[in-house]
Write a protein that binds this ligand. Sequence first.
Ligand SMILES: [Zn+2]
Length: 124
Amino acid sequence: MEIKKGDTVEVVAGDDKGVRGSVNRIVAGRDRPRGRPAKGQGTLARDPNRDRVLVSGVNLVKKHQKPTGDVRTQAGIIEREAPIHISNVALVCPHCQQRTRVAHQSLENGKQVRVCKRCGQTID
Ligand SMILES: [Zn+2]
């Protein structure tokens, strides 16, 4: 996984191109097959909502919320974020502040860390 919750990302395609925000949630999607499909099994049906991220201030949609009688629910037209596909965002490196691709590096303790392809610094 190249992008994690709390990362700053930049939108690279679509209406919000160029906008930066922090990742509030990773949307994995439902019925995601575990591991690779068995040989000869072909392509499994994919959830269109999988591999998306919710980015603060990005991909705002207007939701028309009916009054439900619950005082905690805000009625009327609410603007909120909708998940954007992970391929449409790029990670912004916290060190060089540029959008970058990610390399993975294994540490001696067996853990993997992300490394900025531009400045070479560890991101995690
Ligand atoms: Zn960097």
